[in-house]
Design a protein around this ligand. Structure first.
Ligand code: IMP
Ligand code: MG
Length: 178
């Protein structure tokens, strides 16, 4: 099925059912890996909110759930330069932090988050991302939980947007080549 968002056409790439199944698997894996640990699930806004909502309900452990937002350097949008973390309201000292993202693309956002949050002395920082583009990734750090590895193509849905649109789509869509 195809959809139009603003000036672009997108086609279904991953179905809501496939996504749900995979998120449940990751939830079970995290449940095994983080037993008896003090967990803080830290979602990166805006894109992570849907994945995080499903993921945290698939983890059968007590956990704290919170969000941060990254602010980019104003006026230099294309450089992708990152300036600061907004909204961190949790003490991360000694905590097992699971950073949750919708997608790791170049990896720059996560790199900045890992470096900055390390200064808060957590016991551990793990990464869970719904999507990962290995072809675009420019760093070496491990990504602990990946929903789906995808080709280097623009996607929307399930939290991901194009010009602010498409986050509410239950399936994930790829930019159509037609
Ligand atoms: P990175 O810092 O290059 O890894 O980019 C991460 C951010 O870029 C993600 O959190 C998304 O907000 C955005 N992004 C990267 N690729 C896509 C895409 O294909 N669709 C929508 N947003 C994307
Ligand atoms: Mg994002």
């Amino acid at each position: 099925m195809k959809i139009i968002l603003n000036d672009k056409i997108f086609e279904v790439y991953l179905s809501a059912a496939e996504i749900k199944t995979r998120i449940n698997q990751i939830g079970e894996q995290i449940t095994r890996d983080f037993k008896d640990k003090d967990i803080v699930i830290l979602g990166v806004l805006n894109g992570s909110f849907i994945f995080l909502a499903d993921l945290c309900r698939a983890i059968d452990l007590p956990l704290v759930c919170s969000f941060v937002k990254l602010s980019s350097y104003q006026g230099i949008v294309s450089s992708g330069e990152i300036r600061s973390i907004l909204g961190l309201d949790q003490d991360l000292k000694g905590k097992h932090v699971i950073l949750v993202e919708d997608i790791v693309d170049s990896g720059l956002s996560m790199d900045y988050l890992i470096k900055t949050l390390s200064d808060h002395n957590p016991a551990q920082i793990a990464i869970a991302t719904l999507l990962f583009k290995p072809g675009a990734f420019r760093f070496k750090y491990p990504i602990d939980y990946v929903g789906f590895e995808i080709p280097n193509k623009f996607v929307v849905g399930c939290g991901l947007d194009y010009d602010g649109l498409g986050r509410n789509l239950p399936d994930i869509y790829q930019l159509s080549t037609l």
